[in-house]
Design a protein around this ligand. Sequence first.
Ligand SMILES: Nc1ncnc2c1ncn2[C@@H]1O[C@H](COP(=O)(O)OP(=O)(O)OP(=O)(O)O)[C@@H](O)[C@H]1O
Ligand SMILES: [Zn+2]
Ligand SMILES: [Zn+2]
Length: 799
Amino acid sequence: MQIAQVIVDVPTRQTNNPYSYLIPDTLKDQVMVGMRVEVSFGNRKVTGFVVAVTNKSEFDGKLKPIDSLIDLAPVINPELLKLSSWLADQTYSFKISCLQTMLPGGMRTRNQKRLIAKDDVIVQQHPEIFHGHQEIDYNQKRADDKTVATVLKLQRAGQIQVVENLTHHTHPMMLKAYRGEISPATAQSALAKVRKNATCQIKLLDLLMKHPNQTFLQSKLTADGITATTLKTAQQRGWLKKTAVQRVRNPFLRPTKPTAPLQLNADQKRAVDQINTATTQRADQVFLLEGVTGSGKTEVYLQSIAHALALGRTALMLVPEITLTPQIVARIRSRFGDQVAMLHSALSNGERHDEWQRINSGQAKVVVGVRSAIFAPLKNIGLIIIDEEHDSSYKQSDNPRYQTRDVAKWRAGYHHCPVVLGSATPSLESRARAMKGVYQLLTLPHRINRQALPHVSIVDMKEVATKRQGILSDQLIDAISSRLKRREQIILLLNRRGYSSFLMCRDCGYVPKCPNCDISLTVHKDTHTLNCHYCGHKEPIPMVCPNCHSNRIRFYGVGSQQLEEQVKQLFPTARVLRMDVDTTRRKGAHEAIINQFGAHQADILLGTQMIAKGLDFPEVTLVGVLNADSALQFPDFRSSERTFQLLTQVSGRSGRADKVGEVIIQTFNPDHYAIQLAQTQDYERFYATEMRVRHDGKYPPYYFTVKVTGSAANENQTAAEMFGILNFLKDRLSSQAIILGPTPKAITRINNRYYYQIIIKYRKEPQLRSALDQILMDSQKKQRAGLQVAIDNEPLDFM
Ligand SMILES: Nc1ncnc2c1ncn2[C@@H]1O[C@H](COP(=O)(O)OP(=O)(O)OP(=O)(O)O)[C@@H](O)[C@H]1O
Ligand SMILES: [Zn+2]
Ligand SMILES: [Zn+2]
């Protein structure tokens, strides 16, 4: 009797312990670790992951059987299964959410499947499955155990192909095709027999002679001029057999020209050598590649990946939001071609699934992707790269709240391979580890060809604002004019973090707020609505003030649309491109804008944070930052670090080739050290200054941090429960631990729930782990009373 140990998906009764279910005898030896099943739990049906198959149970009572198998092959491999346990521990989350996180989006829900028989023999041998058809829709839930067992065996023997039928695909999954059934010799003799004017048949036989045993797409044959009649005749004569092939959705928009490795400069070579040595020696070393903007970090990645591939291993490279860096993707693909798989959020579920399949089957050797790609089922990894390692998108803000760098290090330990963390402005945590020798520091201190870093000047907007209204200072306007005259390109960054356009009555000061959340509504010009960015509430833009009926209710704040209008007014002949969430919603729009700008079909590219990273355009000689400090006021100890990183990144877009670059930063805080040091692009001094601030404030990297957030529908209840948690923590932790709060979060009410938080800062607290586990367990019991608790280990967001 076999028993499956299953981690079940029961949100209200979550547990990290598996439950035992009976495997019916008909499915003996068919149910494998890593497959999903459907089981009964209480009085409902839930899905679960099989984490072990055993022969007896510790559970004495009568076991329920598995209801159905969801997968025909494991979707979680042994490495990822092991990783899920570690991840659950690290992030104080449940194994089930870790396991689900590892699957690509489209696979998290139950999918229809299609079965395709390899040939007629299989169809005839198994009428109970195929009912005489070569291709059928298959529903495991409705199939009986015997059928499921047969299907599993056939699949493993390669007799049938299983295709996921994803709900979101827009194109047909299967393409009509024909397989050649005759040998070249047979084709030759058939050729001798056909009439001389049967050109179509001659063409086909020719094809079959040259490409024996091959499968041809019907569309390809038709394009070659082979008619439907000929195809019919060919089938009757046994030359061809009708079949179908899976359509692989290609996420790459256009083919790229192959490129050869560049001749490395001395700094690049030193970095590549050290990384390659670690790969060869199977050392799970972490490198911090600190290279100024335009120093050629990408080429270092490419040549290190090539080395891993040459050793027969695979490579994983993560980038911030991939849609933000189509240039990098193009560079990787032009070097490694079809071996590259891509995983990011702009893919459809179908595309993502296809890419995942290519990785899982070992076809793809290089994976490029965003955060979640760290769980790509690559085998035999030889190198993991995290580009722009300081980027906040590497931390997941929902359960499981993992930091990608930590997962990368775990996988590197498993595969015995190095990790490369690359940045021009490393996070303080990573740089501090490099100083302690935990990571090995590799530096690229110069730009390629020793091009100077751009000259940066600061404009004090306090002075400008008193003189007149407008977003652009005179200095920036002059600089733009001179570039336009010289036919050079310009990038304008509107820093919109914590900044949005809202409506305000100029007579009574009324600002429309969300009825469910403590936040003002944002103006959306395209839909003519006021939207809440937290709960999705929408309402029409009022024409008169709902409070005093004045019609002087107007916009506040600058959006990229307004900036675009102003720029066009000032420079009517300039060609302007705008890149923000509104202009990049459509698939491929982002890449189209970048390509257009790259081809110099526009003079000015303006936009939000999206334009700050990774772009490499030789003609750009001016970067303007319109409101450098909009993030500085945030009550978050990382706001200086983020401001410095953003300004350095965007400045780095200027003067990357042979022309000298200039940067103009407009700010209301010209004396702030983050802005001053961004002006000199002095990471070393910024690091030293910021480390002192962190030391004095007892912040990371000197202290570890944990955030405990609690929410309920009633504010008093939330506060009371959080004080209970505070007292519990005080009892369990040492006097060295610093416990802040509970305080209401910056936005206290979201969707009519009240949020409070506690921050714990500590250096060494052996009891912390068990205390937090206890809090989570207790909150599960209290959930019926409405309190929800979330724990964020090393949070990036402190508000
Ligand atoms: N060894 C080399 N010889 C010639 N050109 C090079 C070399 N290495 C890199 N380059 C070129 O220099 C430019 C800048 O390199 P790259 O974009 O890799 O820098 P980066 O450090 O990744 O920059 P950033 O962090 O600013 O995005 C690119 O156009 C690249 O093709
Ligand atoms: Zn009013
Ligand atoms: Zn809301």
